[in-house]
Design a protein around this ligand. Sequence first.
Ligand code: NAD
Length: 80
Amino acid sequence: MKAPISVVTGGAGFIGSHLVDLLLAKGHEVRVVDNLSGGDKKNLVSHFSNNSYSFLNQDILEIYISSSRYWRYSSFDRKT
Ligand SMILES: NC(=O)c1ccc[n+]([C@@H]2O[C@H](COP(=O)([O-])OP(=O)(O)OC[C@H]3O[C@@H](n4cnc5c(N)ncnc54)[C@H](O)[C@@H]3O)[C@@H](O)[C@H]2O)c1
């Protein structure tokens, strides 16, 4: 069965990073979206080498779905 994909907004923060830990431990693929205004990527350092984890430095308020702009998986940084 395919792994569920979860998007965690604010995933570099206190609560979000623990949610990322939990979801990865449960076998999810996790996409973190965080603008690092308050959080820190060091909270996620243990996942940098995990292929199921990816990070997008992005203000969630600026993301919208339209024909002209959309989220692409390739936008996520897999390494950090
Ligand atoms: N050791 C502890 O017990 C401990 C430590 C830290 C915090 N806390 C508590 O945790 C609570 C705070 O945790 P939290 O996780 O809610 O806050 P947080 O600030 O840790 O996390 C919020 C995350 O959202 C991100 N963010 C904010 N606006 C964004 C936007 N527009 N787009 C994308 N990302 C955005 C921030 O960069 C940050 O990473 C407080 O109650 C605090 O007292 C407890």
